[in-house]
Design a protein around this ligand. Structure first.
Ligand code: FAD
Length: 481
């Protein structure tokens, strides 16, 4: 060692990039560095990896890209297999590092892991920002308490956010110290994990992410407010998996998009507000780690959600008889992505029309979404079910037909994902069950054969949900929120 300083830079799945990577930038100014990724069986045991096939595909591509970018700059990403709580302290000792650095990780199990590693290490373990714009525990209301409602949270965050500074990618990295000899574990492949590659997923890696950001800023960002709810148009950024796996830092996205603020103020404010929703979900989970198990609204605890095998099967396979709900289900399985509006409609349908517990839907989305994220997904499901923060009020029940007509007015979203309805005209495509026999026949649709009749009738399902919810909630003692 030259300066006597040596840092283990631990990349860990939410920071798979070289640019705007605070731990790496800090380590570069502090002597030698050793980049490490741990193949923890928590994610990489084949049985576990198969529970997250789309995320795993994106992650492996991003990890391979990171390894190659690090090699290109002159260093080497070491891959170590084993539990992080064992591997990191062991390697820190073996490589005689003076500290370990990583990006913060706000979910409860990540925090517990970090606590255990801090206790096991004999050198400092320093955690840096970058997962979110603001450290979750710093956004507080006037009484120093966490916010429960988005709007004041967003206002406070905007007000207090220091200037967002993007850290440039290093031009070169120092080679591994000569005494560090380590045989990396082999890079897992999808086939070694027993996962079939899905060619329709977004590609992972930092370069693909930067390209997506560039294209969004160049074309769609200025129309974001007008187009974001349209399921048939490419009006959103499609950066959610990049933000999830850290192939882009949220600071980079915020800063690139904010550069258009003067040109398109309404669009950019709407977009940055969505990034603040992301902050809100992470901050909320930070302060209330029990939300992965329990509803935010305590009066919903014990709510009589049910489960019925047939209804569940119809929902996950896209055969409910409601075209938008079915399109969402099929887009998820095909692309590992669902448009936000379609997520809201589908989640509302499962929980309110079908009375199926939101946790089933949450787990299904977490399994197949490439952007599947504990905080954001849980918040999305609880919001849709009416039991979350700043909830969609439980008594507001989306009408899937009207939602479809409003946000997919030409029916192209449905045409893409439910091709058996493609020949129906726009005014009927969201309501095939009400279409005249002649129109159905000329579009080649046979209800009950080529496309199902609705599994529940909207008005009946709505009334049933409201009755169940009203009588359950009225019987609950008033509880603090
Ligand atoms: C039931 C349900 C489940 C969801 N599960 C997830 C999930 O697992 N992972 C996930 O990233 N998002 C989730 N969302 C939020 C949202 O649907 C996606 O972030 C968005 O569709 C991603 O597309 P985009 O990148 O084009 O978004 P854009 O519209 O371009 O938004 C930019 C970014 O802001 C963030 N964002 C946008 N909307 C929300 C929101 N409502 N809550 C929190 N952050 C938001 C995302 O990081 C997104 O990439 C869920 C929403 C619902 C209703």
């Amino acid at each position: 060692m030259t300066s006597g300083r040596r840092t283990l830079v631990w990349f860990r799945g939410k920071d798979l990039r070289l640019s705007d990577h605070a731990p790496l930038t800090d380590a570069l100014q502090d002597g030698e560095l050793i980049p490490l990724f741990v193949l923890d069986p928590y994610f990489f045991a084949p049985a576990r990896a198969r529970e997250l096939p789309h995320r795993m595909q994106f992650l492996l591509e991003s990890l391979e890209a990171l390894r190659s970018n690090i090699a290109h700059l002159g260093s080497e990403l070491l891959l170590a297999a084993g539990k992080s709580v064992d591997v990191v302290p062991r390697l820190a000792e073996r490589f005689r590092v003076t500290r370990v650095v990583a990006q913060r990780w706000s979910e409860p199990f990540g925090r517990e892991r970090d606590r255990r590693i801090t206790a096991a290490l004999r050198v400092p373990f320093e955690l840096f920002g970058g997962e979110t714009l603001a450290a979750p525990e710093t956004v507080r209301n006037g009484s120093g308490q966490p916010f429960s409602v988005f709007t004041p949270f967003a206002r406070a965050l905007r007000r207090d956010l220091p200037e967002v500074r993007v850290l440039p990618a290093p031009k070169r990295l120092p080679p591994l110290p000569p005494d560090v000899r380590f045989e990396s574990a082999p890079m897992p492949t999808l086939s070694s994990l027993g996962i079939e590659a899905n060619p329709k997923l977004q590609g992972g890696g930092e370069r693909a992410a930067r390209q997506r950001l560039k294209e969004f800023v160049a074309a769609a960002a200025e129309h974001y407010d007008a187009r974001r709810d349209r399921m048939d148009l490419p009006g959103t950024s499609r950066l959610s998996a990049d933000l999830k796996f850290g192939t882009l830092c949220v600071r980079t996205v915020w800063s690139a998009v904010s550069a258009l603020q003067a040109e398109a103020p309404a669009a950019i404010t709407t977009y940055t507000n969505e990034l603040l929703w992301r902050e809100f979900t992470h901050a909320t989970l930070w302060d209330r780690p029990h939300l992965l198990e329990r509803p935010f609204r305590e009066d919903f605890e014990g709510f009589p959600w049910g489960f019925d095998e047939e209804g569940w099967h119809a929902w996950i396979t896209g055969k409910t008889g409601y075209p938008v709900v079915d399109a969402a289900a099929r887009q998820l399985m095909a692309e590992g992505f669902v448009h936000n509006r379609a997520r809201m409609i589908a989640a509302s349908f499962l929980t309110k029309h079908q009375l199926i517990h939101y946790r089933h839907g949450e787990a299904h989305y977490l399994k197949y979404l490439t952007d599947g994220d504990w905080a954001q997904n849980n918040a999305g499901w609880q919001w849709s079910a009416g039991c979350g923060t700043d909830a969609q009020p439980y008594f507001r029940v989306f009408n899937p037909t009207l939602q479809g007509e409003k946000f997919d007015p030409n029916g192209d979203y449905v045409r893409r994902w439910v091709p058996e309805l493609a020949a129906l005209p726009a005014k009927l495509i969201h309501r095939p069950h009400e279409a005249p026999a002649k129109a159905l026949a000329s579009a080649g649709v046979e209800l009950g054969k080529t496309y199902p009749t609705p599994i529940v009738e909207h008005a009946l399902a709505r009334d049933r949900f409201l009755k169940v919810a009203d009588s359950y909630l009225k019987a609950q003692p008033a509880r603090p929120r």
